[in-house]
Design a protein around this ligand. Sequence first.
Ligand code: ZN
Length: 170
Amino acid sequence: MGAAKFEITRKCKICGEPFVAKTITSWYCSPRCSKVAFKRRKDEEKRNERLDVIAKSIPKDQEYITIPEAYSMFGISKETLYRLIRKGVIPSVKVGQRQTRVSKETLMEMYPLRKSLLKKQPKPIPKLYSLESKDCYTIQQACEKFSSFERATIAYLRTGDYADRGRSVQ
Ligand SMILES: [Zn+2]
């Protein structure tokens, strides 16, 4: 990282001791504190992974979820959930003698999903046609290639996407 002229006294994020930061990204006073920070990050990742597993195992059509399930989805503490139940903000049901379940839909309206759930959502966008230059006609090439009717269509579609037998207009 860019070192050299940067020098500032910071408080170590782990032990709280002041130290002279050698780079902009120095946050810990010693290798020992860096190690602690690294371990905490790893533990946090593992914790998130465990919660993600719980959250992902909840059936999509399940209307009422348990308190631990609600925590796994939204990271809302048990205390907060019970307070909201008491206030009548979140609809809840009793299952058996002890288990309380809360409305998933209401929570979805009130809270965002936990961060690690959001960023791990796979988003492969299927490529229906290629927009690489080698697979495209220029407008001019397309006009030479197609009849006047098609030329008119292409002119109309100039600003949008146009695909024909796997080829597109650039
Ligand atoms: Zn430290």
